[in-house]
Design a protein around this ligand. Structure first.
Ligand code: GLN
Length: 279
């Protein structure tokens, strides 16, 4: 059984749950995946601990962070991402929260969860292209068994952040900080330490960039496309982030691809846990 949580403090969480259901149905029919998936809304540390993987949706990152802090979720989230190293995907505001660094906006700054050694620029596209959509080929989808990986994906950007800089990789530092800060709300976990150590070595991979001549930018003639060639999807080990909102489309291909990765991660974790126990 695999439980995937969607952080439901604010933002487009129900849209993610719908698309996860669609993706799981697709996975079941396309291959021999007989996992028993559950998709749950996560608002409490307890719900987080039940999750094998987590999605942080789009919304407003300052609000989401404030609500997380007020409901005692920030430390458990940091522990989930940076110490336990469970698969976590952030879309838009979720990407901001998963960055180690972000700029302040008029709405203020916020406490981040971190996990991705990147700096994001919030509301990157300014006023003219506050929101736009563009069809992009996402090469990473071709590793997936999902059908039509080579078809362009409709990427929806809404006051989107981009990754403006990859920060120096500091293996282990993030995790140490996170566990030092953690107030141990967590019940004792099976550590699977070896697995976490492996994940720590992972560096940031750029999974997608906004090309120079994307159709959105052509649609919007007034804009001098400051956004060209910006990094809009990155992964570092267990942590994945996209500037855009797959949850606002009905195309489940990225969710299928991500769930395939979740399955592998969960299987590996369970193997490590068995090894831990039999040592
Ligand atoms: N601009 C928003 C923020 O800073 C993110 C927008 C979104 O998630 N659509 O949080």
């Amino acid at each position: 059984d695999v439980t995937v949580g969607v952080l439901a403090l604010q933002g487009a969480f129900s849209e993610h749950i719908q698309l996860l259901r669609k993706a799981a149905a697709g996975l079941e029919s396309s291959q021999t995946d007989n996992s028993n998936w559950s998709f749950i809304e996560v608002r409490t540390p307890d719900e987080l601990h039940r999750s094998d993987a987590l999605i942080i949706p789009g919304g407003e990152s300052t609000t989401m962070s404030l609500v997380a802090a007020r409901s005692g979720m920030l430390e458990p989230l940091r522990e989930f991402v940076k110490v336990l190293r469970k698969p976590t995907w952030g879309t838009c505001a979720g990407l901001i929260l998963l960055a180690e660094s972000a700029n302040r906006t008029k709405k203020g700054g916020q406490d981040l969860i971190g996990g991705l050694d990147v700096r994001v620029n919030r509301n990157h596209f300014g006023r003219q292209t506050e929101s736009f959509q563009t069809n992009l080929l996402l090469p990473f989808l071709s590793s997936s068994k999902t059908k039509g990986a080579d078809r362009p994906y409709r990427c929806v950007f809404i006051r989107a952040p981009v990754v403006e800089k990859i920060l120096p990789h500091r293996p282990g530092v993030q995790a140490e900080e996170a566990s030092r800060e953690a107030t141990v709300v967590a019940p004792p976990q099976t550590p699977a330490d070896a697995l976490a150590k492996e994940e720590l070595k992972a560096e940031v991979e750029v999974m997608a960039k906004l090309p120079m001549h994307s159709s959105a930018l052509e649609d919007n003639q007034e804009h001098d496309h400051a956004g060209a060639e910006d990094m809009i999807a990155v992964r570092q080990g267990n942590v994945f982030g996209t500037s855009f909102h797959p949850e606002l489309t009905d195309d489940p291909r990225i969710h299928v691809w991500w769930l395939e990765g979740v399955l592998k991660a969960v299987q590996r974790r369970r193997q490590f846990e068995i090894a831990d126990r039999t040592r």
